[in-house]
Design a protein around this ligand. Structure first.
Ligand SMILES: NC(=O)c1ccc[n+]([C@@H]2O[C@H](COP(=O)([O-])OP(=O)(O)OC[C@H]3O[C@@H](n4cnc5c(N)ncnc54)[C@H](OP(=O)(O)O)[C@@H]3O)[C@@H](O)[C@H]2O)c1
Length: 304
């Protein structure tokens, strides 16, 4: 049994991961902004990096998931600032505090496929260069910010996460209702590639990276089978026994969501998880149709 800290523990991924780790017999400490009096809470101020060092000294590993939600709506200037500040700067300050511990913990730090920007049909893996624009800049700064821990020779993994599919949150939660009402359809041309991962597989990949003694560096947290938005739409409609006939025009998405639509909804990343596969990680839900059927029937959520 080990003691594992989670930042962003109240979020969509953090909630599932905490349950998974506890079920596997690990002690979980939640990094909490604000009142941290609960026994399983560790005080953390992202703006300064201040943490409860006595509790932090008990940590074997930290999974860093915290950050302002990127896909929650239009990117106003203050939201873009919050997205930026809660990634690079907050991660750097957190890592400086963790690096000051006598025994720095292993770190698995979230990043995102937004790292690559808009890349059309190009097949991307961990060796592909970053893209340009807001999200790539945020992701590059986020990954570089773990340097203080790496300088202490701690084992650090960056996990570039794709669209996470699971029950109770994330992108799927927003899509299911319109599809059930027969209002779902491809976004824009539907030719853009979606790199996705089942929440269940993402939790397993994080546990895999925590337990592997040699894994370090950049990993893609995506299924080995990315799909175009058109194929994703068909698979979701089929899983819900609906037909997806209503395409959502790109101009309407741009009107509603501005720059966020361009980067997140219409952006194309065809990424494959080369390094996880080479390390021997096995996906339980590699194929989109079976993954969606399993999630929507509840069986994929059950393990998380
Ligand atoms: N879900 C996806 O499809 C997806 C795709 C790619 C990458 N990711 C990345 O994976 C990580 C986890 O994703 P998620 O879906 O679980 O995100 P989420 O549901 O939005 O949760 C993120 C958590 O971060 C904390 N947080 C929110 N705003 C913050 C701020 N301004 N400063 C510091 N902490 C803040 C909150 O936890 P507390 O209140 O407990 O602190 C929040 O619950 C995120 O960094 C996300 O960018 C997710």
């Amino acid at each position: 049994m080990t003691t594992i800290g989670i930042t962003g523990a109240s979020g969509f991924v953090g909630t599932a991961l905490a349950a998974r780790l506890r079920n596997s017999g690990h002690d979980v400490l939640r990094f909490v902004r604000g009142d941290a009096t609960a026994v399983d809470a560790i005080r953390w101020e992202p703006a300064t990096g201040s943490i409860d060092m006595a509790k932090a000294a008990t940590l074997d590993a930290v999974v860093h998931l915290a950050g302002e939600n990127v896909a929650a709506g239009r990117w106003s200037a203050p939201r873009m600032q919050a997205i930026r500040d809660s990634r690079g700067p907050a991660t750097e300050k957190l890592c400086r505090s963790l690096a000051a511990l006598r025994r720095p913990p292993v770190l698995v730090s979230a990043s995102a496929i937004g790292f690559y920007g808009h890349r059309g049909d190009e097949v991307l893996d961990e060796g592909s260069a970053p893209g340009s624009g807001f999200l790539p800049e945020v992701a590059v700064a986020w990954e570089r910010a773990t340097a203080p821990l790496e300088a202490r020779a701690a084992r650090v993994c960056h996990l570039r996460i794709g669209m996470v599919l699971g029950k109770g949150g994330g992108a799927l939660d927003k899509m299911v209702l319109p599809f059930r009402l027969g209002l779902g359809g491809p976004l824009g041309t539907g030719k853009q590639w979606t790199s996705w991962i089942a929440l269940d597989d993402l939790c397993s990949a994080i546990v895999f990276l925590l337990e592997d003694q040699v894994a370090r560096g950049d990993f893609l947290g995506v299924s080995p089978q990315p799909v175009t938005n058109r194929d994703f739409t068909k698979a979701l409609a089929a899983a819900l026994h609906r037909i997806a006939v209503l395409p959502v025009p790109a101009f309407a998405l741009r009107l509603l969501f501005g720059e966020m639509a361009e980067a997140v909804l219409l952006g194309s990343q065809r990424a494959v998880p080369r390094r996880l596969l080479e390390a021997g990680f096995q996906f339980a839900h590699p194929e989109i149709g079976a993954a969606l059927r399993s999630i929507l029937s509840g069986s994929a959520a059950a393990r998380s």
